[in-house]
Ligand binder design. Structure first.
Ligand code: NAP
Length: 293
């Protein structure tokens, strides 16, 4: 497919991102490259939407006839009551990251879970019957736990700084999917938790520890918990190699950073808006080319 120049005219369909902050987002580069490559008359624009403006921003999606938007921090959970319909996956996760405007009806989806699973499958990981550890229990962890449970893992152990939040997530995932779950104390991560981590085939770091500018942040003090044959995933992509990933790689584990999930959640959103197959390689080049590698 040959690339055509992006032209804005009276038929251009508008998509974008609602979040705060949005200055460092890679999504416009990824989506606009994809629209251009397929010759689709769409454009993607980031909008900084402060917390108190979320309701009016969603009203504007209907009023201005936007084709749809992505939703990011801090609105992923708060946006649910403003929508006409929420997908089963997004309801299970309790968060929406993609809105589709179908003739004024706003439908909410969560493509983070699908994006995460597509990303880890690229490494050859098969979730069926595996043991997983998830570090963190925020919005991203909810999507990761739902994805792993729906993909057939046997067990998920969750470590979170605020134990009650990890405990609530473990209980919800078990009740909704029947997968065995356990919430563990944050303080055990470097102690008895090491055995739980070593036993797992996949360890997913979903906290903000290690994210720019806190680049030395890491939930683990050593790489003792890692081993060859394991997959260590960090959802952070800035920096591309967190301390968590460096510890895992040094211990012989396979690693993946958050760019692959970012790419695949974006591709899934693109498909919901355009009903076209996402040009994955074009989007991958846009994301990886713009990331600070
Ligand atoms: P969130 O809902 O705010 O959750 C933050 C998580 O980090 C919570 O578990 C929180 O623990 C923990 N945390 C924060 N500061 C901590 C500290 N100092 N020590 C220990 N734990 C700490 O955020 P989110 O939406 O889940 O996002 C989390 C990360 O995932 C971000 O880095 C985000 O960029 C990334 N992400 C990546 C993608 C992708 O496509 N690659 C998609 C979504 C998110 P408490 O519960 O104790 O507060």
């Amino acid at each position: 497919m040959s690339a055509v120049a992006l032209t804005i005219n009276g038929r251009t369909k508008l998509t974008g991102l609602f979040g705060d902050p949005v200055e460092h987002t890679l999504s416009p580069a990824m989506h606009n490259a994809a629209f251009t490559a397929l010759g689709l008359n769409f454009v993607y624009v980031p909008f900084r939407v402060p917390k108190e403006a979320l309701g009016s921003a969603v009203t504007a999606v209907r009023a201005l006839g936007l084709a749809g938007v992505n939703v990011t921090v801090p609105h992923k959970e708060e946006v649910l009551p403003y929508l006409d319909h929420v997908s089963e996956e997004a309801s299970l996760i309790g968060a929406v990251n993609t809105i589709v405007n179908e003739n004024g009806q706003l439908k909410g989806y969560n493509t983070d879970a699908r994006g995460f699973m597509r990303a880890v499958r690229e490494t050859g990981f098969d979730a069926q019957g595996r043991e997983a550890v998830v570090i963190g229990a925020g919005g991203a962890a909810r999507a990761v736990c739902a994805a792993l449970a729906l993909a057939g893992v046997k067990r998920i152990a969750i470590f979170n700084r605020t134990y009650a939040r990890g405990e609530a997530l473990a209980a919800e995932v078990a009740a909704a999917t029947g997968v065995e779950t356990e919430a563990l104390l944050w303080e055990e991560l470097g102690r008895s938790g090491t055995g739980v981590l070593r036993a797992a085939e996949i360890v997913v770091q979903t906290t903000t520890l290690g994210m720019h500018p806190d680049e030395e942040g890491c939930p683990l003090v050593s790489g003792e918990a890692f081993r060859p044959g394991q997959l260590a995933v960090d959802l952070i992509y800035n920096p591309p190699q967190t301390r968590f990933l460096r510890l895992a790689a040094a211990a012989g584990a396979a690693t993946q950073n958050g760019l692959a999930m970012l790419l695949h959640q974006g591709a899934a959103a693109f498909e919901l808006w355009t009903k076209c197959t996402a040009p994955l390689e074009v989007m991958r080049r846009a994301v990886f080319g713009n990331a600070r590698l």
